[in-house]
Design a binder for this molecule. Sequence first.
Ligand SMILES: [Zn+2]
Length: 641
Amino acid sequence: MTRPFYVTTPIYYVNDVPHIGHAYTTIAADMLARFHKLAGRETYFLTGTDEHGSKVADAARAAGKTPQEFCDGIVLKYVDAWKALDIENDYFIRTTSERHAHGVRKILDAMLKARTDDGREVVYSDYYEGLYCTGCEKFVTEKDLVNGLCPDHKCAPQKIREKNYFFRLTAYAARIRAMIESGEMVVLPEERRREVLGLINQDLPDFSLSRERVEWGIALPFDSSQVAYVWVDALSNYITAIGYGDDPDSFVKWWSNGEIVHLMAKDILKFHCLYWPAMLLAAGLRPPDTLFLHGFFTVDGDKMSKSLGNQIDPNDMVRRFGPDGTRYLLLTQYPFGVDGDIQAGRFAQQYNSDLANDLGNLVSRVGKLIQTTFDGRVPHPASGIDGLDELVANAEALPGTTYEYIRQFQLTHAIAESMKLVRQANKFFNDTTPWILAKNGQTERLGGILYACLEVMRIVSVTLYPILPRKMRELRSLLGLTDATLNLDSARKFFELQPGAPVNISKVIFPRIEAAEKKPAVDEKPLAKSESREGVVDIAEFGRLELLVAQVLQAERVDGANRLLKLQIDLGREKRQIVAGIAEFYTPEEITGRKIIVVANLKPTTIRGIESNGMLLAAKTGKQLSIVTVDSDLPPGAKVS
Ligand SMILES: [Zn+2]
């Protein structure tokens, strides 16, 4: 009997709104849960929000809200973002819920009773000494200060001592090291495992369990002058959510008997790999099975940060690429686990090449021939077709291979393996030229080829389902399949589709996304004068203009209009015609071959009966006019910003 599978994301701190960093971890957890479910396992997938602490209280005050009202507002953004991405979590934990507080008090009481091997108390009170800004009403660190002063209050912080409760981490270091070395608790990838072992080999200080001067938190059950500090408050969510405080049956099922996987980015390694297992051991609970720490990413080469303002809202991606496109694009940028770069500038290109071309075209070209030649019914399989045996062998191996990758947390590899089969099926289709067979009436062989392609579609509709859940369900319904066979076992054998069964593949499942798709934004929302200052535009308004370098391929005068030139231009991705009022200043010969700057997403217009798709930029004063060009030899299509 396989153990139930329990997977978590970190709970996200509500001082930030959801961005693709949160989405990345959450999509990965969703994909893991869905894959294990396909393999027949019971799964539980937990995500949620971390809502306590002085930062939240400060942000609420600044927004003129109570901390709870403030949290309620931000939490909705997370709930909505996950809904938009088709995240199928089983529970959403909020640390401000009474259920969570109850569980936190229980683990605090359990830790209070704990004793180390040599009989000392695990939880002890001592004094915490630090720099305290009375203006901020919180402890600050040397790093926060500018010339020794709080940058917000321009005053020197005071050195303050307050009573705190501490956790004796030193007493658990050897045991945690042994658990990691023996594999009882697995830390992945290997680089992160070495990092944790390195930390344990240094002197590990005990850590604070409570704070005296913070009000927005859970009061300690044994000292109401203190609230639980972030480690115990946040990390405990992994057990309070599944019933540690209030549902023993559920807790035994998922924690005591489950396979527990905590997924997170690598910056919270110390708390998850050291503090958390130590707290669990002190409370008499088992440690998690696996901690997987994925890497950091940059966006188009830049670090993503709130202060730089380059965070990408997952909702914006969903609006453009749909939930499935967004999930796919985020998880396929670089191997899961390592650091990488998210090439947002190439999203549309990659979507078109992988999903619209490779996967979408396989579906539509096969579908078209089935509708026209076989009246929308599954044809009979045939043998003796070049490349068929290899295709069958690879397809039947796919569920096993991809699931093994999933068990190793190689999510990107699992997706790539399915896409490899899709490409192989496209090659098989091209090599066997079914459109010629259709013309020649060789229906038996034609049917065999289409049958094999349908089988590949059926099998990848299972293995790609965890990353493309909505689209693969759609594909399955086109193939006449239901959720009853949405499992890995049903995908392990070829030749399962019944000849004669109706299929109805008339729909394009991944419509292409045009690179010039930004156009409507300008049409719908004309540049408005800034409401706050006359004539001022903000960067977002400017960003709606698509300014590109173009090369003039050909130019000619317009009959009856001595000021106009008709230009054929190369925009890199496409060729276009524009009409420009520059004929009094440039001859067709002078302008041909020149690099110009064009507003590429201007609404097309007709000038003197000639269509113009864009506008060239030029500077003019009195009787002089000069086209705007680039200072060095940039290729057509380069973006001006
Ligand atoms: Zn201050």
